[in-house]
Design a protein around this ligand. Structure first.
Ligand code: CO
Length: 235
């Protein structure tokens, strides 16, 4: 391809499909400029402080759902909450993404609280409760079907679909907190310090309020014997 054509292609913008699409994108950039302006007016050194580093005390593991942003829900500011989100707030010991976030938060940032935060009306949990196929995501949601299996005695007895779904949302959070307890990252941290707590929450989208599921834990007390690991000999 001649040089001038390559350059032409490189600067060509993708075709804008509709006015609405164009507006949405431009609104994001405008929103960013407005945010910078508002923060700077409140505190001229705000961005200097942000750029200097972070010392969050909290790791938030939440759902990717656009309605449950960590900072807004907890009324916290940039720099206060380290965040990981995925569909239906699943905490898997074979997921390099969440393990990397957890390891960094616990061992480098030394966060004091890890909060698994689910929400009622979670589409991921609803999909897992159904028998429909949704595509690739079915493999991710299979883990929530396993949560159902673990608690089928309780869940099978709930006849109202909405109540069953709400309870599965709660039980999913509880099991994900226990999944975190089973990781070497958390168990080794508990050996070294006593100020790391795990918590389970559910957000009610209709009120915005958080329900603390009272599964706060700072030891392997509630974890089955087979998951309790001896101190590593690989040091
Ligand atoms: Co969700």
């Amino acid at each position: 391809m001649p040089k001038e054509n390559r350059n032409k292609n490189a600067t060509q913008l993708p075709e804008v499909k509709s006015e609405k699409q164009k507006r949405t994108y431009q609104d994001l950039l405008k929103g960013n400029r407005n945010w910078v302006k508002a923060e700077t007016e409140k505190d001229p050194s705000f961005f200097d402080k942000l750029a200097a580093g972070q010392e969050p005390d909290v790791l938030w593991i939440g759902c990717s759902d656009s309605r449950v942003p960590a900072n807004e829900v907890t009324n916290t500011r940039p720099g206060q909450v380290f965040v990981h989100r995925n569909i239906a707030n699943v905490c898997l010991h074979s997921d390099m993404n969440i393990l990397s976030v957890l390891d960094y938060a616990v061992n480098v940032l030394k966060v004091k609280h890890v909060i698994v935060s689910g929400h009622y009306g979670c589409g991921g949990v609803a999909a897992a409760l159904s028998n429909q196929q949704f595509g690739l995501i079915d493999n991710w949601l299979r883990h929530i079907k396993d949560v159902y299996r673990l608690h089928s005695h309780e869940l099978d007895r709930i006849t109202d679909h909405q109540s069953k779904l709400n309870r599965l949302v709660e039980l999913n959070v509880v099991e994900q907190v226990y999944n975190l307890c089973k990781t070497t990252i958390v168990q080794n941290a508990w050996r070294e310090r006593d100020d790391l707590e795990l918590h389970g929450w559910v957000i009610d989208l209709k009120t915005g309020l958080v329900k603390d599921l009272k599964v706060t834990t700072k030891s392997t007390e509630n974890v089955g014997k087979v998951f309790k690991l001896d101190e590593s000999k690989l040091k």
